[in-house]
Design a binder for this molecule. Sequence first.
Ligand code: T4K
Length: 369
Amino acid sequence: MNRPIYVTKPFLPPLEEYTESLRKIWGSGILTNGGPFHDAFEASLAKHLGVEHVSLVCNATIGLILALQALRIEGEVITTPYTFVATAHSLLWTNNTPVFVDIDPVTLNLDPCQIEAAITPHTRAILPVHCYGNPCAVEQIQEIADNYNLRVIYDAAHAFGVEHRGQSVLKLGDVSVLSFHATKMFNTFEGGAIISPDAKTKRRIDKLKNFGFVSETVVAASGINGKMSEVSAAMGLLQLDYADHVRQRRQAVDARYRQGLEGLAGIEFLHYHADTTANFAYFPIFVGDDAPIDRDNLHDRLRQRNIFTRRYFYPIVPDLQIYKRFEATVGNQLSVARNKANQVLCLPIYPDLGDDEQDAIIANIRKAF
Ligand code: T4K
């Protein structure tokens, strides 16, 4: 390829539309701290997602920290090893101990059958990730949480617009956290949102994201600065108008890959459950032992041709030096997660990806095989 193709390229609305919003911000002089764009985006986003209680934040990492703080989680938290480091980092920032439990080989999410064995008297919560926007085993996780009186905080960084059985996945568990980072299917440059189950939890999060201020002179908790600025909120508000278009384009890219790569020996795709309305946030392939080329060679070979795939999520979090002390406590010692991390390659997927570019990616993979 002459032009590099990256794993993603942010969708941007027409510049003139955004300039119009900037003009308003320039006119008002309100740049942050819950301005008119913040409030308008928060309300429109809730409507778009089909949820009630949304708190915008500056990014999902802070969002996860705020969610854990708001629910007063302190102790051991069961989470997945197969995720971006931010999931586990949020636990360390809140003085929690991550307990890594292996994933299911099909969903790539926390294996619900292995959760109970990891529960101890110190367990306070479960922090699952809807990895690649593929919903977790939500019913089983909730049943375990109810039986053991645990809270469930979903890292829904990838799950914008995803539905399970016709309902937003963001309504499940105690709290869900979305990411609107530039690399996500819905972006506000940087940003995110916390979905609360009730107005009381939202109010607490809204205070915590503003340093814990209750009034000008009263600070109720050691909150943080987690606010979304007006330029990001204005971007989010515009992006909502294009969210359906973005999803449709992604779906088309997903379908073209599945068709183009069909029949290659040793390659596997992500399978969505029949109950899932997917958002096509990522297109991971898994290069198995029976493939004629290994994952890293394929990655390097594509890179030489200006195609930049990513190994999300390699290495698994507990294999990072700083997490080695939190060794796996149960089951098969994370062998599924480690195996998948060794096989995964996320292919470029974004609305602007041209058919010719995608066909070149497919042709290069076929040639490598
Ligand atoms: N939980 C989960 C499960 C997550 O995946 C993430 C973040 C979080 C929590 C935390 O969310 P935030 O706090 O970030 O809201 C990226 C993102 O930085 C990160 O948000 C994301 N997950 C993670 C999976 O990927 P990198 O290091 O891969 O990004 P980078 O800069 O290498 O970008 C990848 C490609 O995207 C580039 O090669 C080109 C393209 N790109 C990137 C940026 C930033 C653009 O075209 N424009 C851009 O502005 O981490």
